[in-house]
Design a protein around this ligand. Structure first.
Ligand code: ZN
Length: 90
């Protein structure tokens, strides 16, 4: 393998690493490019990457569905208000 080839052609473990990084936007441009190149010819990693991005997508959706901190705070305030009203009306 020439130096150049080695720079752009990464093995599967390195691809997996880049894949993880790019999920969290931690990969730099070169890493992303290398990953794309690897995915273009490695079916195993392509499958892994597809599953990974689907998982990330699901996780993002799940997080949207679970209660955001702001909403929780709002609920807490409302509950507090109701308690207060209950107390004053008695
Ligand atoms: Zn691979």
């Amino acid at each position: 393998m020439s130096k150049n080839r080695k720079l752009f052609f990464i093995d599967c473990s390195e691809a997996a690493e880049c894949c993880d990084k790019s999920q969290y936007d931690e990969a730099n441009f070169l890493e992303k490019a290398k990953l794309m190149l690897h995915l273009a010819f490695c079916k195993t990693c392509k499958k892994f990457s597809d599953r990974n991005s689907r998982l990330t997508h699901l996780m993002k959706e799940a997080r949207l569905e679970t209660c955001p901190e702001e909403k929780k705070k709002q609920w807490r305030e409302e509950i507090k208000k109701e308690y207060a009203e209950e107390r004053t009306s008695r």
